[in-house]
Design a protein around this ligand. Structure first.
Ligand code: C2E
Ligand code: MG
Ligand code: MG
Length: 501
């Protein structure tokens, strides 16, 4: 072999290696070009305000990561993240403060995610995070992010800060699903985390997918139930804590599913909210409650009826007009209609809910803040509402006999109500012990299985006329049979211990 041949033999692998390097460089350049073209196609990949990825940026990154996972046989985790009660938190700030909080959240998230992960913003309160690695890595990242929010986030140069917590769902590609569905599976896990309350995270489980499918079937059935008038309205009496007589009744919607049996409103009302059915259900409840009150009036029972109003209804611009028109149709005074609005919804304080509250006040409707103690009310915000009543949440009532903390909460709710001149109601009273504690603390009205289960309108009528049902145990306040209901209301307000009502 001559020198030339030897040199050729040495040079050949080098040439092959150089050729392979050039091919790799070319492939990467083409890939980058592809990405750049995608950017130039008009889809913004980076959010100018926060520097986080946009949804388009997230999708591009996901596609890239999916290819990498295909080559390496690895996995990647998607985190779907939502800030808890974010509108409530930003409501305390002006628009500049709120924008600064969003910016601080973005920074905190990026730092917690670290260089291995990328964060995308979907809105001020919803985010997606993508990281390589399976469920363990994704779960650790979820924990790290939640810990990062243990300290409040700064609201710009104002020196103020805001307490922020987040809920997170984690799903893993390819174990849990394909590229197209993985983010929505993380969203399903997020919904499950949110059901456990603020500040939780959950790893996706296949059962969650089955639950989502069951939910879709239930929604379809609910749609049919609404259309076919399968819903029924029940009423649970509110009892005066001193005389133990009925003073009013709260309406509670009931759905007897043809095959599943009783489905709790705690299950189907949130579904109705999410799938746009609450408008029809809410309208029907208002109408049915007024019809029942008018029927009772025919037997001389002039009793106030309460209706639970959902967040969606509070945002309807014509809600109060609809209630007032229905009351007029049945010749009922507005003061005989209580709107029960949960504390969380009441504190949303958006322009729409503020307007509805104002209109409720002007129309003379009776407003009650339901499930009180579970939300974030402040004295100042409560004072602005046209509320006449606070209803302490059942959870505190349940623990009254066993927990000093629950008794303290029950006591502070009554002090708060007194300072605002509001009536106080306790729901979920099941034992004589709870009844005695609440009556001793000065609660005005009590409600619970101890006195009466929710019953239909005819049963209320039978009870009021002294026949059937648990009438032996529950009597009705004499003044409810008075012909002058406004006089009755005025009379109550001047009773010793009676508050605004
Ligand atoms: P809520 O308004 O706080 O109603 C009180 C719930 O506690 C009712 O459950 C009632 O049946 C139950 N309850 C009453 N006394 C007791 C007791 O002594 N012990 C126990 N363990 N429970 C008691 P329900 O009827 O299942 O309703 C659950 C929630 O669904 C309601 O909570 C309300 O938020 C919502 N809801 C019910 N009906 C309607 C409606 O017509 N419209 C809207 N938007 N929401 C409704
Ligand atoms: Mg209620
Ligand atoms: Mg309640």
């Amino acid at each position: 072999m001559n020198t030339l041949q030897i040199l050729g033999l040495i040079a050949l692998p080098i040439l092959i290696w150089l050729y392979w390097l050039e091919r790799r460089r070319h492939r990467r350049t083409t890939e980058r070009m592809g990405r750049a073209l995608q950017d130039m196609s008009g889809r913004l990949t980076v959010d100018a305000h926060t520097g986080l990825l946009t949804l388009a940026g997230f999708e591009a990154r996901l596609a890239e990561e999916v290819q990498r996972v295909g080559r390496t046989d690895g996995s990647l985790s998607i985190l779907s993240l939502s800030l808890d009660n974010f509108t409530l938190i930003t409501n305390g700030f002006d628009s500049i403060g709120a924008a600064q909080i969003v910016q601080s959240v973005a920074t905190r998230l990026s730092e917690a995610a670290g260089p291995e992960a990328r964060v995308a913003t979907l809105s001020g309160s919803d985010y997606l995070v993508i990281t390589s690695g399976g469920g363990r890595i994704g779960s650790l990242l979820a924990e790290r992010i939640q810990k990062a929010f243990a300290q409040p986030v700064p609201a710009g140069a104002s020196g103020r800060s805001a307490p922020v917590s987040c809920s997170i769902g984690v799903a893993v590609y390819p174990q849990h699903g394909n590229q197209a569905e993985i983010a929505s599976l993380a969203g399903l896990a997020l919904r499950k985390a949110q059901e456990a309350g603020p500040g939780h995270w959950r790893l996706y489980e296949p059962a969650m997918g089955q639950q989502a499918r069951d939910e879709a079937v239930l929604v379809q059935d609910l749609r049919q139930a609404v259309a076919e008038g399968q819903l029924e309205l029940y009423f649970q009496p509110k009892i005066d804590a001193r005389s133990l007589q009925v003073t009013a009744a709260e309406s509670l919607v009931r759905w007897h599913h043809p095959t599943r049996g009783f489905v709790s409103p705690g299950v189907f009302i949130p579904l109705a909210e999410r799938y746009g059915l609450i408008g029809d259900i809410g309208d029907w409840v208002i109408q049915a409650a007024c019809e029942a009150a008018a029927q009772w009036a025919e037997i001389g029972l002039r009793m106030r009826v309460a209706v639970n109003i959902s967040g969606h209804q509070m945002r309807q611009t014509d809600l109060v007009e609809k209630i007032v028109a229905t009351l007029r149709l049945h010749q009922l005074e507005p003061g005989r209609f209580t709107c029960e609005i949960t504390e969380t919804v009441a504190m949303e304080d958006t322009a729409a809910t503020r307007l509805t509250f104002e209109k409720m006040g002007r129309a003379g409707l009776h407003v009650s803040i339901d499930d009180f103690g579970t939300g974030y009310s402040s004295l100042a915000s409560l004072r602005q509402l046209p509320a006449a009543e606070l209803k302490i949440d059942r959870a505190f009532v349940t623990e009254l006999e066993t927990s000093e903390k629950a008794r303290n909460i029950a006591r502070s709710v009554i002090e708060l109500a007194r300072s605002l001149k509001l009536r106080v109601v306790a729901e979920g009273v099941e034992t004589p012990g709870q009844r005695d504690i609440l009556a001793g603390l000065g609660y005005n009205d009590l409600q619970g299985f101890l006195f009466c289960m929710p019953v239909n309108a005819a049963e209320i009528q039978r009870m009021a006329t002294g026949g059937g049902g648990p009438a032996g145990r529950v009597g009705f306040r004499d003044s409810l049979y008075a012909t002058d209901f406004q006089g009755e209301l005025a009379g109550r307000a001047t009773e010793p211990g009676a508050l605004r009502g």
